[in-house]
Each structure stands twice: as C-alpha cells, then as structure tokens.
Design a protein around this ligand. Structure first.
Ligand SMILES: [Ca+2]
Ligand SMILES: [Ca+2]
Length: 363
C-alpha cells in the first residue's frame, strides 16, 4: 500500500492487501548451517551470513492439504532451481546502514512524492492530494485501531506517516537506536535493488525463495514442515483478533530481532513471519494457471508482467513470508506458498527483504 491507496477507493496498493497479517528459548543448534559455512561450492566460499541452497526440484505453490491456500497459489507445479546462496536472515538495520553510509543512498520513503510520477499509477481523474500529503513518508500499521467496520477497508488500520522511514520506522520521533539486529523496513523495490547492487547480490525469484523456505523438504506447507500447531513457536505472527487485539503469545507484538525463532532445516531464520520479503517476480494472480500444463520448469522467473484485479494500475512485485501482522483469520501468509503483491514504489513497516547470490556472481 502507498499513499496512492488513500486517493481512491478502487485503488488498493499492495500494502493494504498484504496486511493480514514464542519464542523458543532452546534454539536448535544449527549444525547444517555450520557445515555449509565451511563448504566450498564450485570453488566459491560461502559468504558470511549466507547458506547454500542446493539445486533441486520441488513443488511450488499450494499443497493439496493446505486449507488456507488461495487461488493465486494454485495449481501447485514442479519446478527446478539451480543452487544459490541466500542470506540466513532478513537484511538488518546494521547491514542497511552500512550500505547507506557507503553510498549516501536516500530511500524512496525519504524523498518527497512527485505527483507527476504518481499520477501515472492512479485511476484517471484522481485529484491531486494536498501538498502536505506529498511530503516524504511511508505507511505504518495503526496500533490504536480498536474497531473495524469492514475488513476489506484496509485504510482502517494503515496510516500514512510523514517522516516515517527505515531510520524512523514509526515516524519522525522514533529511531532504530539499539535495533541493529532488527530487519530493516520501509524498503521499496528500488531500495532493495540499490542495496543488492552495492552488495553484489540480487533478489531471489519466487521459486528460489520457496526452494530455500522448504529447506530439506520439497512439498511442505510451512518452513518447518506441516504441523500448524508449531506456528507460535516458529514464527513471529499475530495472535488474537486482527487488527484490533494483538496477543503476543509468540513473544513479540511488533517486529522481532532476526534469529529470535528457530531456523529451518538449512539454517534460515524468519522465512515465516516477522517481515515480508521482496522477490524479483511480478505479482500476477493468473501466472500459475498459465504454467499448469508445463513440466519441468527450470529456474522460473515468474510472469512477464504483473496482474492484480485489486490494483490494476501498478506492476506489483511478489512478496513472501508474511509478517508479524499475519493471522489465520485474515490471510495466513505464514505459509511457504503464500504471496502478496507490493507496489514497487512504496514501503511500509512490515516489509523488508533478503538477498541471494549465484556462484558466478562471486567469482
Ligand atoms: Ca507476534
Ligand atoms: Ca520474514
């Protein structure tokens, strides 16, 4: 979702859509991760903070036994991906600060909004908003919402906040001091690309992201397997009644430091919940229908263009993992196959990213 979303009732940008959105004190020792760190892949040493995802064939999309699966996740189909390296955590504030310090990069949410550009992405005839609404800012979750009239009206729990950015996640009076190990948020697609360029990384495709989330599995619903009862021990999501009553049974009401929950079977943290993660694929709700009769799809890069009936004016990108706002009553996006669309020019306080690298990028 973005400011645009508030400009028209028929315009519903991503963030509104992907909102729906225990810590186990005895974290498993991740022996798999330790092993991978010392493994040389194609004469390329595994970079610090990453693990190797072996190339494999797996079932992408909704599994038959997944009661929460949405039409855009169907039908499931087998795909093959080559091996790649992936960050074990979401990109943290510490890492993003290093990038900004090195490049003086200014994120999208820190730039004033150019109405001449925005007008291209909103329904025809949308009036220009007041200049006060075109100041730099981003979307934040309204923690104080105590009643919702219509669950389809996301604007009830999202607020455009002038001055909100990765350095001020709740607005100009907030900061990330002492939160180096929290995932960076308020990241737009182009911000993530800029970070990747600096770091010699790239964003994962949706298929790569699912392959990594599966870990050693090939057809699991969750990143830890198929037991839904494990959710509150394995991921930072939302308990209670969304969006009015947050009962942090899992230990966190808001985002959590990375590595607060057990990793999956190949050592990846927060592949379910905490913050959404941007991928390189276009969000097209019909894409899986278009490939259902294909066999052995190799290294798919998703649809050639985006398509979302709820947001027809934007070429959205796929985001994965769900966030601390995800709840089964709304979208259950903590499942591997779940996905939402994200407007490429907007961020919010529950979207971040993690990066990948192919071996050839590191030679
Ligand atoms: Ca939580
Ligand atoms: Ca995540």
């Amino acid at each position: 979702m973005s400011l645009k979303a508030s400009l028209s009732s028929i315009y519903c940008s991503v963030f509104f859509v992907f909102i729906v959105g225990c810590k186990d004190q005895t974290q498993e020792k991740n022996t798999a991760n330790n092993l991978e760190k010392t493994t040389t892949i194609s004469n390329v040493k595994t970079p610090d903070g990453m693990v190797w995802v072996k190339g494999k064939t797996f079932l992408q999309g909704a599994k038959d036994s997944d009661a929460y699966a949405m039409p855009r996740e169907k039908p499931a189909h087998y795909v093959t991906v080559d091996g790649f390296f992936i960050d074990i955590t979401e990109v943290t504030n510490e890492k993003f600060r290093a990038f900004v310090n090195a490049t003086n990069y200014i994120t999208v949410s820190e730039r004033p909004i150019d109405w001449n550009e925005m007008v291209k992405d909103v329904p025809p005839g949308t009036p220009k908003p007041h200049d006060s609404l075109l100041q730099a800012g981003s979307l934040i979750f309204n923690k104080n919402v105590n009643a919702v009239v219509n669950m389809e009206n996301y604007a009830q729990w999202w607020t455009w906040k002038t001055g909100a950015s990765w350095q001020h996640p709740h607005g100009p009076d907030s900061s990330i001091e002492g939160q180096d190990d929290y995932p960076v948020v308020h990241i737009a697609y182009e911000d993530a690309l800029a970070y990747c360029k600096w770091a010699n990384r790239r964003l994962p495709t949706e298929a790569e992201w699912e392959a990594a989330a599966q870990g050693k599995n090939n057809d699991a619903i969750f990143t830890w397997g198929n037991d839904a009862e494990q959710l509150n021990k394995k991921a930072n999501t939302w308990q209670g009644t969304f969006p009015t009553r947050n009962e942090p049974v899992d230990g966190f009401e808001y985002i959590s430091p990375v590595k607060s929950y057990e990793p999956n079977s190949i050592g990846l943290y927060d592949m379910s919940g905490n913050v959404w993660e941007i991928t390189s694929d276009y969000f097209n709700v019909k894409y899986y229908q278009s490939v259902k009769d294909s066999t052995n799809i190799v290294n798919p890069k998703g649809a050639t263009k985006g398509y979302s009936p709820s947001n027809p004016y934007i070429q959205e990108r796929v985001i994965k993992s769900g966030s601390f706002l995800c709840n089964a009553s709304y979208c259950a996006s903590f499942r591997i196959s779940a996905k939402m669309g994200m407007s490429p020019d907007s961020g919010s306080d529950h979207v971040g990213f993690r990066t990948v690298a192919s071996p050839e990028m590191l030679k």
